[in-house]
Design a protein around this ligand. Structure first.
Ligand SMILES: NC(=O)C1=CN([C@@H]2O[C@H](COP(=O)(O)OP(=O)(O)OC[C@H]3O[C@@H](n4cnc5c(N)ncnc54)[C@H](OP(=O)(O)O)[C@@H]3O)[C@@H](O)[C@H]2O)C=CC1
Ligand SMILES: O=C1CO[C@H](CO)[C@@H](O)[C@@H]1O
Length: 289
């Protein structure tokens, strides 16, 4: 009953499955319960959510279904969630994680991330809270056993180094936007040099800008020819490209066939030349800006 994605050992010794189901999309919240069921049935063992996504309750129902069906045991699952920007005060972190856990119906998560270095007030205005204080709250959450690992998201090298220089715990993970048009080679190398694993969000951001259809369907002849060679789809080639760079992609889908397709990427490898070809699409452009 092992999952399809191999695991990677984090700097704290915990093991993380190297591909996760993405779950962001407010209009998709009602579909998340079935998406989690489809994903676990297809061999996913890692689910990525966040307090921001407002779907932890539906995901919790999906997790409860698969546990009840006996498809997996809790310890075979890896659940990642994130602290939103309006809960950065040190004494809010444990409370925010307890709220997420209650919604998920779990007594611990596997990975808790600071969603972004930017602290905000509830109205979205900037708050004057240093993420070093937030990180202390994260360490407390870990000490309490509410999360196995702690990490960050959307942090740059300088911000990671400030945590490293001022804290006992180094982030286990940095979750950032990575796809062929935003390859992030420097930040990834900096994370790896510090023994920090990297999760790649918006893996299909190569094909679409947010709000412009959101339907990957790339027909670039170079991508199509690599896909033909391996008898895979272009989206599968993008996921394999990220895996072959030792990253942990987070493809989001609520559609059963696409959920299955997105994890069917562990039976081939790209050549260094193909990886270089795909990296040559880099424009250092974020889909969010
Ligand atoms: N830490 C952070 O700040 C951020 C984290 N994330 C995380 O990363 C995840 C993934 O990123 P996200 O921005 O959602 O986008 P993705 O790059 O995962 O793309 C999702 C889109 O692609 C479609 N799709 C999925 N699989 C296929 C396929 N095989 N063929 C064709 N279309 C497909 C989906 O539609 P459909 O569902 O209909 O299949 C959806 O429209 C998020 O869901 C979230 O968990 C994302 C952004 C920021
Ligand atoms: O995780 C996330 C999902 O996407 C949002 C934008 O649409 C981001 O703001 C957020 O960080």
């Amino acid at each position: 009953l092992a999952g399809k994605a191999p695991t990677k050992v984090l700097n704290d010794g915990n093991k993380i499955p190297t591909l996760a189901l993405g779950t962001f999309g407010f209009e998709d919240i009602p579909k998340m319960r079935s998406a989690v069921n489809y994903a676990i049935e297809a061999g996913y063992r890692h689910i990525d959510t966040a307090a921001l996504y407002d779907n932890e309750q539906e995901i919790g129902k999906g997790i409860s279904d698969v546990l009840k069906k006996g498809l997996v045991k809790r310890e075979e699952l890896f659940v990642t969630t994130k602290l939103w920007n309006d809960k950065h005060a040190r004494d809010q972190v444990v409370l925010a994680l307890r709220e997420s856990l209650a919604k998920l119906g779990l007594d611990y998560v596997d990975l808790y991330l600071i969603h972004s270095p930017e602290a905000m007030n509830e109205d979205g205005s900037p708050a004057n809270i240093d993420y070093l204080d937030t990180w202390k709250g994260m360490e407390e959450a870990k000490q309490l056993g509410l999360t196995k690992s702690i990490g960050v998201s959307n942090f740059n090298t300088e911000q990671i180094d400030r945590i490293k220089a001022n804290s006992k715990t180094v982030p286990a993970v940095n979750q950032i936007e990575i796809h062929p048009s935003n390859t992030q080679e420097k930040l990834v190398a900096d994370c790896f040099a510090r023994n920090i694993a990297v999760m790649a969000y918006s893996p299909f951001g190569f094909f679409v800008k947010r709000g412009e259809g959101n339907k990957p369907g790339n027909d670039d002849p170079r991508m199509v020819s690599i896909a033909k060679k391996y008898n895979k789809s272009v989206t599968q080639i993008v996921l394999r490209y990220l895996l072959d760079r030792d990253l942990i992609p987070i493809p989001k889908s609520t559609n059963q066939a696409r959920i299955q397709q997105n994890i069917d990427v562990f039976d081939f490898h790209l050549t260094p030349q193909e990886i270089a070809t795909i990296s040559s699409f880099n424009k250092n452009t974020s889909i969010f800006s």
